[in-house]
Design a protein around this ligand. Structure first.
Ligand code: PAP
Length: 348
């Protein structure tokens, strides 16, 4: 399915390059990729044979690394862009729905809202996963209306200056207790693992995660990159925690509206608009919709995932059902040491 577009009208700030320039740049990026890849350290992959370490972070060699280089070399942000950044399995799907519903709340009624028939990942696409699409009509960034809602797992430090230096585009970062991230990730990736491979054991997943060898890992470096940037430029980066959102969704959604420049008016608040958004985007609602139970999500030509895999339990602390006491102690200790002095903490 093509990425959902709220309006067919193209924004007049779009960046359209000449075909010639595009193809020259594409060739340069391909060359950079081919030259870089063979020299990178390799670690065991969770669903691919291996991950490669690029500038301190572990990426899949064919997709994430290539896509990252595309973003670095080609992407032209607009001042109105809204980026959702996350370490995988931290609440991306939820935030996609919440931001989409908040920003577009005057366009759609809640009874026939696009999120009732379109998965959050189609409403709010990944920037990096789609960039290499041969069929640009499926995902033509230049034709996206503003504000463009684009999601990334790219670590902050690897983003091009054009994105980080831009004064007006906004980043929302969603973080989560690493114990829940690990469990969510392990169960998710075992569903995606090729059938001819045996499932990856929790013990093995745990070891890899602790060593930082997981998609876009190390987890701690990823969160710290955005955390520190959010302290430096709070007007540009909003750092959220899954656990806070679970506890006080109304408070966080109002904060989200203020931060993104779409504050809820007193009238909207009194009419219950914030509550409606929270209800629409709740796990209980989204996970039971037909589109999220039976449809699949095409991230790129090789990556197609059933929407239902993005909705498992949606709980805080589900790690208690999976991790041993020793695992919890070790992971908590690593988290404590890595985050020490940063001011950032995750639940108990
Ligand atoms: P992604 O990085 O692959 O896009 P992401 O959406 O970040 O995944 O994380 C999925 C987690 O968010 C799942 O957590 P779990 O495995 O612990 O259950 C998923 O259930 C949860 N999730 C998805 N949608 C919602 C929602 N609307 N509310 C709360 N949690 C949600």
């Amino acid at each position: 399915m093509a990425a959902f577009q709220p309006s067919l009208e193209c924004d007049n700030i779009s960046n359209i390059h000449s075909e010639q320039t595009d193809s020259d740049l594409i060739q340069k990026t391909d060359e950079r990729y081919r030259e870089t890849l063979p020299n990178l350290p390799k670690g065991k992959g969770w669903i691919t044979k291996h991950l490669v370490q690029y500038q301190g972070f572990w990426l899949t060699p064919n997709a994430a690394l290539k896509n990252l280089m595309w973003v670095q070399d080609h992407f032209k942000p607009r001042p109105t862009d809204i980026f959702l950044a996350s370490f995988p399995k931290s609440g991306t799907t939820w935030l996609k729905a919440l931001i989409f519903a908040t920003v577009n709340r005057t366009r759609y009624g809640f009874a026939d809202h696009p999120l009732l028939t379109t998965g959050p990942h189609d409403c709010f696409p990944f920037l990096d996963a789609h960039l290499q699409e041969k069929d640009r009509s499926r995902f033509d960034l230049d034709r996206f209306p503003s504000p463009r809602l684009l999601s990334i797992h790219i670590p902050y430090i690897l983003l091009p200056n054009s994105m980080t230096d831009h004064q007006s585009c906004r980043f929302v970062y969603i973080s989560r207790d690493p114990k829940d991230v690990l469990v969510s990730k392990w169960l998710f990736l075992n569903k995606l693992r090729p059938k001819d491979l045996p499932p990856i054991s929790l013990e093995e997943a745990f070891e890899l995660f602790c060593q930082g060898i997981s998609h876009y890992g190390p987890f701690w470096d990823h969160v710290l990159g955005y955390w520190e940037a959010s302290l430096e430029t709070p007007e540009k980066i909003l750092f959220l925690k899954y656990e806070d959102l679970k506890k006080e969704p109304l408070v966080v959604v109002k904060r989200l509206g203020d931060f993104l420049g779409y504050p809820f008016s007193l009238e909207e608040e009194s009419k219950g608009v914030v509550e409606e958004i929270v209800k629409l985007c709740s796990f209980e609602n989204l996970s039971t919709l037909e589109v999220n139970k039976v449809s699949e999500q095409k991230f790129s030509k090789d990556t197609i995932i059933d929407n239902r895999h993005f909705f498992r339990k949606g709980k805080v602390g589900d790690w208690k059902s999976y991790l041993t006491t020793e695992m919890v102690e070790r992971l908590d200790e690593i988290t404590y040491e890595k985050l020490l002095g940063s001011g950032l903490v995750f639940g108990s």
